[in-house]
Design a binder for this molecule. Structure first.
Ligand code: MN
Length: 416
């Protein structure tokens, strides 16, 4: 596929994240008095869907679905409605169509909000290189856990701490224990980290007790966002056995503001890597479940005039697809809902310049790395800004995600 041209001139550049081919969905606020609205990004503008629906320019259901500041009501309508909206928007915004400038707002003039009401958040561990690196660092062996080649390993996280890109995160306080200490201590984490992940957004759910196949799960996924699963490694290291991550992961999870739809990513589908052990038949699928999406991690210290590139990797590095994870999640009878968010797990490639966490990049703090400013880091320091970016690259265009950004502020004293 090549670039589809739009009457919105900025959407026709090879560099834009948001050409007509993309049409990602978000929620924007023009000021603090007006209710945030659903919109679609086109070039450096946003097409206002609340206004377009109110004026009858688009119709997706008998009742309005864009009179609320989240995409859940629309997602619940299902795949036919998703496809109908994409068709209507592609026609309305195409070169040669009536130019509806009154429906455009500049992205530079608005604040982005969370695009969905997050129902629940589950985080997985589906990157093989990351799992091997963490094994080598924490347990002295890169051998995968016995279950890893059979199960998409995951844990239930917290929807309450999912925030939109641009939200500052305070360094969390927690309980930790140094290896040579007799007793644990309480205070700000000293090992604050990121995890480069993709988030899959469940568009239509399944009832409790009604498990789904991988192919059905693939059809239920509405779209994808970039996801930073902020992690406090010292808190995590003390608490994680035997039940898994808890407070070390519960203080913030940042997602990018634009949902890139599964439809926009369709030309970039790619297969999961060859299975090292055959999966049990309930995890069989007929479709390629991953996407060729280039991903970057950047760090910018406070006061620096530019960010340093820490890693570049690709979503196709994952071992399990989001559809496999969703199938496994529901197979025992767990109901899944519109607005459920599934983190892929940290995405790391085979070499250090593809590592998607600082734990791996600094090898648990043993190997500091140098930024473009000349400063060194092992983990995140107060004032550092971490940015994830991502894009699928087409012929003369890209399907971009925009940025997933967060700045770390100093820990708060306790009690607050
Ligand atoms: Mn994670």
């Amino acid at each position: 596929m090549t670039l589809l041209r739009s009457w919105v001139e900025s959407a026709n550049s090879a560099d834009t994240n948001f050409p007509l081919n993309n049409l990602p969905y978000g929620v924007f606020a023009v000021d603090s008095e007006t209710m945030p609205r659903c919109g679609v990004a086109i070039g450096d503008m946003i097409f206002d869907l609340f206004k377009a629906e109110e004026d009858g320019l688009i119709t997706v259901a008998d009742d309005a679905v864009f009179d609320v500041p989240y995409w859940n009501d629309f997602m619940e309508l299902g795949r036919d409605a998703w496809s109908a909206l994409r068709t209507q928007l592609t026609a309305l915004l195409a070169e040669g169509a009536t130019e509806l400038h009154d429906y455009l707002v500049a992205q530079a003039d608005v604040e982005m909000e969370l695009p969905i009401a997050v129902s629940e958040y589950t985080d997985f561990y589906a990157g093989m290189q990351h799992a091997k690196n963490m094994g080598a660092i924490l347990r002295g062996s890169p051998d995968l856990p016995a279950n890893w080649l059979h199960i998409p390993v995951g844990y239930n996280g917290r929807a309450s701490s999912v925030v939109v890109s641009g939200t500052d995160i305070h360094r969390p306080n927690g309980q930790m224990k140094a290896p040579d200490a007799a007793i644990p201590s309480f205070g700000p984490t000293k090992r604050l980290d990121i995890e480069l992940e993709m988030g899959a957004i469940v568009g239509t759910g399944c009832a409790m007790g009604r498990p789904i196949t991988v192919d059905q799960a693939d059809d239920m996924i509405f779209g994808y966002v970039l996801l930073n699963d902020w992690s406090a490694r010292d808190i995590q290291g003390w608490e994680y056995q035997p039940l898994g991550p808890f407070q070390g992961k519960a203080f913030g999870t940042t997602i990018s503001p634009w949902i890139v739809t599964a439809a926009a990513l369709e030309p970039f589908r790619t297969s999961v890597p060859e299975r090292e052990m055959e999966l049990l038949p309930y995890l069989d699928s007929t479709k390629d479940g991953l996407f060729d999406i280039e991903l970057n991690v950047l760090m910018q210290p406070k006061g620096a005039d530019k960010a340093s590139l820490l890693a570049t990797t690709n979503y196709s590095r994952m071992y399990y697809s989001a559809a496999e994870q969703l199938c496994h999640h529901a197979v025992g009878g767990c109901g899944m809902a519109t607005g459920d968010l599934l983190g892929s797990g940290t995405i790391s490639g085979p070499t250090p310049d593809e590592y998607g966490s600082l734990m791996e990049k600094s090898w648990a703090g043993r190997e500091p790395f140098t930024l473009d400013t000349g400063e060194t880091r092992t983990f995140i320091e107060d004032g550092d800004t971490l940015t994830l970016t991502g894009a699928a690259k087409g012929d003369g265009y890209k399907i971009g995600f925009g940025a997933c950004v967060g700045t770390i502020l100093p820990a708060k004293s306790f009690p607050v």
